[in-house]
Design a protein around this ligand. Structure first.
Ligand code: DGL
Length: 265
């Protein structure tokens, strides 16, 4: 069996391209439709009601493209809205929280897991809940790192200021001796180098983007929905505001040219 319908992915903006990058690696034949809600970003400072309303609209948009699976690439939307989305729509919908939590639980050696994310993700307790559901013995320590998003979007990945900000944010987690750190925000995989330097070589960094791409592969494979035709998937990108900023930052995220981005509304 083979199904060439696209996979839909949405994020609050450009950050979900870290998921697209992993999809390229893990499911290269799949066609993708990406929606970045650039007119309403950031989600990380907004309420559950607001993020849920936006998320429902984003899935409705993707459904117009006949998607076979929806990936909520945004950690904030996954934390606040995934359960509601699953109840609203028939199409399978997956978020980044559970795949990241499962991977962290499977690799920690001292059962002490750190989670970094936006204010909304951290205060939702979604990662803690998902990890404790796997096994209540795990200790989970969370830290909101709101300044990381604008630093990444500014392209300041290797600047001293980013290193100083990381030092301040990560100090409490280092004090707690976590041996595993979940990068619980779309933008954080871009900061892998600075996070690695500040946490030390012994700490395992979990990239939720990679884990959700793996989960997508498992689900499609199990239900016979993988795309067997063609050699390379086709990607369509849509945004809710003007595309130029998305293209400029997005090309840094994907490390390749983004040719066709359309404004959705
Ligand atoms: N995409 C968001 C997340 O992963 C980060 C940016 C925002 O606050 O909207 O939580």
């Amino acid at each position: 069996m083979s199904d060439s319908r696209p996979i839909g992915i949405f994020d609050s903006g450009v950050g979900g391209l870290t998921v697209v990058a992993k999809m390229q690696e893990i499911l290269p034949k799949e066609n993708l439709v990406y929606f970045g809600d650039t007119a309403r970003v950031p989600y990380g400072t907004k309420s559950k009601e607001t993020v849920t309303k936006f998320s429902v609209e984003n899935v409705e948009f993707l459904m117009e493209h006949n998607v076979k699976l929806v990936i909520v690439a945004c950690n904030t939307a996954s934390s606040l809205s995934l359960d509601f989305l699953k109840r609203c729509f028939k199409v399978p919908i997956i978020g980044v929280i559970e795949p990241g939590a499962r991977e962290a639980a499977s690799v920690t050696r001292n059962d002490r897991i750190g989670v970094i994310g936006t204010h909304a993700t951290v205060s939702s307790g979604a990662y803690e809940k998902a990890i404790k559901k796997i096994n209540p013995r795990y200790s989970v320590f969370t830290q909101a790192c709101p300044l990381f998003v604008p630093l990444v979007e500014e392209g300041w990945v290797d600047k001293a200021v980013t290193d100083s900000v990381a030092q301040i944010y990560l100090k409490p987690l280092k004090r707690r001796s976590v041996d595993t750190l979940i990068l619980g925000c779309t933008h954080y995989p871009i900061l892998r180098g600075v996070l690695r330097k500040n946490m030390g070589q012994g700490v395992i960094l979990i990239d939720s983007a990679r884990e959700v791409a793996r989960e997508a592969r498992e689900i499609l494979d199990a239900s016979g929905l993988l795309n067997g035709s063609g050699s390379k998937g086709k990607y369509k990108f849509f945004v809710s505001d003007e595309p130029n900023r998305f293209i400029r930052i997005g090309e840094q995220f994907l490390k390749k040219r983004i040719n066709c981005v359309k404004r959705a509304v």
